[in-house]
Ligand binder design. Structure first.
Ligand SMILES: [Zn+2]
Length: 282
C-alpha cells in the first residue's frame, strides 16, 4: 500500500545509480544504506506517542535546513493525520517552500482530517483500495492462504498490509468468534462471556469493536436490501436472521453506541466501564 509505495519512491529519489531513473538500483551506497534503515538523507517521522508532536516537526524543519553533502533529502511523515494541530501549523511554511533538495511525503488513511491549509499545500495521490479478487491474487503470490477469509479484506478497508496483518494475527479469529457468538446468540450468557473475555484481554478490545461494527454494518446493508457487499459474507445466514429481528433504527443505535465508546476511550474512560457498556448496554 501507500507505506510501501512512499518508501519505494523515497529510495528511488535517493539512489545514486545512474542506469535507471524509474527505480532504485539496489546496489549503490544510498540504496544499501536505505535498506539498512541508515540512509542519512532519509528520515521517517511517525507517532512515538499517541500523536506526532510539534517537537518532531521542529526537528524535521531544523534538519531540512541543512544542505545534504550530495543528492536530496527525503522525509516521510507516516499517518500524517496523527500530527497535532500545532504540528501541522508548524509544518506549513516548510511545505509551502521546501528547499530545492528537500522532498516531503505524507501518508494518511484519512486525508480529510488534515488541516485544509496542509491539504492545499500537498499534491494528493489517492490509492484505490484493492478489491477482494486483487487481494486474493496478491496473497496467493505471497504464499498466504486467505481462503474462506474474504471478510478480512472488508474489515481492513482493502489495505493489503492490514489484511495480511490480520491474517497473521493468531488472536484475531478468537476475537471474531467471541464477537459473533455475542451478537448472534444474544443472551445473557454470551454477553457475560464477552465481558469476561475483554476484561482480561485489553489488547483485543479495539479489534472486537471493529469486528462488531462490521457486523452491524452488514446487518444494515441487508435491511436496506443491499446484501451484496457484506464484509462478513461467511456469516450471511446469521446476518439475515438478525436483520429481521431488529429495526434499522436499533442497529443505528448500536453503531452509535460503539462510536461513543471509542470516543470515550480516547478521553480516557475507565476500561472496565467501556467493556461493561459494550457488552451489557450496546
Ligand atoms: Zn541505487
Amino acid at each position: 500500500g501507500k507505506r510501501t509505495l512512499a518508501r519505494y519512491i523515497a529510495k528511488t529519489i535517493l539512489c545514486a545509480g545512474k542506469d535507471n531513473d524509474m527505480q532504485p538500483c539496489g546496489r549503490c551506497r544510498p540504496c544499501r544504506s536505505f535498506d539498512e534503515g541508515a540512509n542519512p538523507n532519509f528520515r521517517l517521522i511517525r507517532n512515538e506517542t499517541q500523536n506526532i508532536l510539534i517537537s518532531q516537526i521542529r526537528e524535521l524543519i531544523d534538519d531540512i535546513s541543512i544542505r545534504p553533502a550530495e543528492g536530496r533529502k527525503v522525509y516521510l511523515i507516516e499517518d500524517a493525520d496523527l500530527m497535532t494541530t500545532q504540528a501541522q501549523n508548524c509544518l506549513l511554511k516548510t511545505l509551502e517552500e521546501p528547499p530545492e533538495y528537500g522532498v516531503i511525503f505524507l501518508t494518511t488513511s484519512v486525508y480529510e482530517s488534515l488541516l485544509p491549509t496542509v491539504r492545499s499545500r500537498v499534491a494528493q495521490l489517492r490509492l484505490k483500495p484493492y478489491s477482494v479478487m486483487e487481494i486474493m491474487t496478491i496473497a496467493h503470490e505471497k504464499g498466504i492462504d486467505l481462503s474462506g477469509k474474504e471478510y478480512l479484506v472488508g474489515l481492513s478497508g482493502g489495505i493489503p498490509g492490514r489484511v495480511f496483518g490480520l491474517a497473521a494475527d493468531k488472536s484475531f479469529e478468537e476475537n471474531r468468534n467471541k464477537v459473533m457468538s455475542f451478537v448472534f446468540e444474544g443472551n445473557m450468557f454470551s454477553r457475560l462471556e464477552l465481558n469476561r473475555f475483554l476484561s482480561g484481554n485489553r489488547d483485543a478490545f479495539r479489534s472486537c469493536l471493529d469486528i462488531l461494527e462490521s457486523v452491524y454494518r452488514d446487518v444494515l446493508l441487508v435491511q436496506c436490501s443491499a446484501g451484496d457487499g457484506l464484509i462478513n459474507s461467511d456469516k450471511q445466514d446469521n446476518i439475515i436472521k438478525y436483520a429481521k429481528e431488529f429495526s434499522p433504527v436499533d442497529i443505528m443505535e448500536k453503531i452509535k453506541g460503539i462510536r461513543d465508546i471509542r470516543k470515550n476511550l480516547k478521553r480516557h474512560m475507565n476500561y472496565q466501564l467501556a467493556v461493561d457498556m459494550l457488552t451489557l448496554a450496546v
